[in-house]
Design a protein around this ligand. Structure first.
Ligand code: DGJ
Length: 539
């Protein structure tokens, strides 16, 4: 694993010395960069870890409504907010743009030291087309609809180039405006750090679009761009897609049914290709105006056996991300909306093949307060973002506790994401333990228990901070440590503490019950804590 040592050193120095390195870094628009083992979001020259939340769909349509919310989000420890912006409000009449709301939201975000991910609600939102301007909605001839079971529905078809071009024009105008008001080349204070394109696209209610245009394309040959992509990437394809293609003879020519089989999966792949052929150019048009990271999000199928159409058919589910990639390379990230209880499973399905993990939507509350540790540490996530954050403005709640603690650990997390030696976990009755091998030790993490009392669950992160030293943070877990050298490892000391402006402020020396009389590195289930552990080894 190749680590950019200079970047790691700068980050660790800034962390241990508490100095800001912002002014020493070259400035550029926000972008993604591979640094060591991780792909990170770089803002104003430095990696930025998003402690975010997504607003309810309609909140950011009113500056008045939002005014009291920003300070509450800041008090919860957020550093960024996923903020909807809709096509209907930005281009209420064709060709006439109104960016007053954009400017107002940016001003409010800046007043509250928040970065923003804008969410472009345009042709699709949860599969439907409710956010398209009314001049688009009413002109079904120029902007045709998906047909399901013989009837047009309230979903714009992705087969229509007029719709794609109108969406792309509006999006490019928005990005031109954002560049003007937020994209100065030498700015050290970019507010807009990413863009989401559309929201959970795909056909709902049927496996595919049955409009005349869609039927004609479905009966024609699969485009050569797609089959040649499958061929040239065959070793890196998502396993289910690879298996499906192989099962049908790994054909390089033929209709959709011939190449992908006569099942709803062929319909889903066809829709994925057509949504991607629409959204990749929309994204490209925006990037031509202002090039910052752009992603699409996914309504996850609850089960792999669900029929497409019960979830949006064509949405970038893990098994069709390759189809989206075959259609273009403008989209930087394929993102899950990760509400599912199988958090780690879905996180791994998206954190693969060069795709960094980012989820614009997730569960908040106590569940989110735990999962954020897993996402940022174990999967080197770019950030975390529970949905409906404006309904969870509880600065004393569990999410706020996690965010405030993670805020103090951010430089350490970013540095160890780059080094590739950070681990995160959630342990509970379904996943009672997990093991990590780090620096010659095996760390066996379990739910905390002492004197017959067990915590219900635990979560946290661990990083090595010296040859025989570790830092951990979280609650409700304990760690048993063995040396992989065959020596016996024992606890030399455990100190709790906090980081203030990057400086370690030691608290209590933990011994006795607090480390089970030296038998385990414990994190109480009562509150979050940060602890440093020193080990000794004997033959
Ligand atoms: C997922 C969507 O992307 C959001 O806009 C919102 O509708 C939530 N579902 C509601 O839970």
């Amino acid at each position: 694993m190749k680590i950019q040592l200079s970047a790691l050193l700068v980050l660790l120095l800034s962390f241990t010395l508490g100095v800001s390195v912002a002014s020493a870094q070259p400035s550029a628009a926000p972008h993604l960069e591979k640094r060591g083992a991780a792909t990170q979001l770089i803002v104003d020259g430095q990696p930025f870890l998003m402690l975010s939340g997504e607003l309810h769909n309609s909140s950011s349509s009113s500056l008045e409504y939002m005014k009291p919310i920003w300070p509450q989000l800041k008090a919860m420890g957020l550093n960024s907010v996923v903020t909807p912006l809709s096509w209907e409000l930005i281009e209420p009449e064709e060709g006439k743009y109104d960016f007053a709301l954009v400017d107002g939201l940016l001003a409010q975000a800046r007043e509250n030291q928040q970065r923003v991910v804008f969410l472009w609600l345009a042709s699709w939102k949860n599969g439907m087309s409710s956010y398209a301007p009314v001049w688009v909605k009413r002109d079904t001839h120029r902007f045709p609809r998906v047909v399901e079971h013989g009837s047009e529905v309230e979903i714009l078809t992705p087969m229509a180039s007029a719709t794609r071009d109108a969406d792309a024009r509006a999006f490019a105008a928005l990005m031109r405006h954002i560049k003007e008001v937020d994209g100065e080349v030498d700015s050290h204070d970019h507010t807009v750090v990413m863009m989401q394109i559309e929201n959970e696209v795909g056909v709902l209610g049927d496996t595919r679009d049955h409009s005349d245009a869609a039927n004609k394309a479905f009966a024609s040959a699969v485009p050569a761009e797609l089959t040649s992509y499958l061929q040239s990437h065959r070793n890196a394809l998502y396993p289910d897609l690879h298996a499906l293609w192989e099962r049908n003879g790994a054909k390089t020519t033929g209709t959709w049914v011939e190449v992908f089989g006569d099942t709803p999966r062929a319909d889903e792949i066809f829709m994925a290709w057509n949504y991607a052929r629409f959204i990749q150019p929309v994204t490209a048009a925006g990037k031509a105006a202002y090039d910052i990271p752009m992603y699409v999000n996914t309504w996850l199928a609850d089960s792999d056996d669900n029929t497409p159409g019960s979830y949006p058919s064509g949405c970038p589910e893990p098994w069709v991300v390759d189809i989206w990639r075959a259609a273009g390379s403008s989209i930087d990230i394929y993102a899950p909306d990760l509400y599912d209880a199988r958090f780690a499973l879905w996180a791994k399905r998206y954190h693969r093949n060069g795709n960094p993990l980012y989820m614009p939507e997730a569960q908040g509350g106590a569940v989110g307060a735990a999962n954020v540790f897993y996402a940022l540490a174990e999967e080197s996530g770019l950030g975390f973002s529970p949905f409906g954050i404006d309904a969870e403005v509880d600065s004393k709640g569990p999410l706020a506790d996690s965010y405030r603690l993670l805020g103090t650990l951010t430089p350490l997390i970013l540095a160890h994401q780059q080094a590739g030696d950070i681990h995160g976990f959630v342990v509970d009755k379904d996943h009672p333990s997990t093991d990590f091998n780090v620096n010659g030790y095996t760390l066996h993490v379990t739910v905390d228990q002492i004197f017959g009392h067990a915590a219900e669950s635990g979560f946290g992160l661990i990083v090595p901070i010296g040859p025989d030293e570790f830092l951990g943070a979280g609650k409700g877990f304990r760690v048993a440590i063995t040396a992989r050298t065959g020596q016996r490892a024992g606890i030399a000391s455990v100190d709790e503490g906090t980081f203030q402006d990057g400086k370690w402020i030691p608290g209590r020396r933990l011994n006795g019950d607090e480390n089970d009389q030296g038998q385990g590195w414990r994190f109480s289930s009562r509150q979050l804590s940060i602890e440093k552990l020193k080990l000794y080894r004997v033959e």
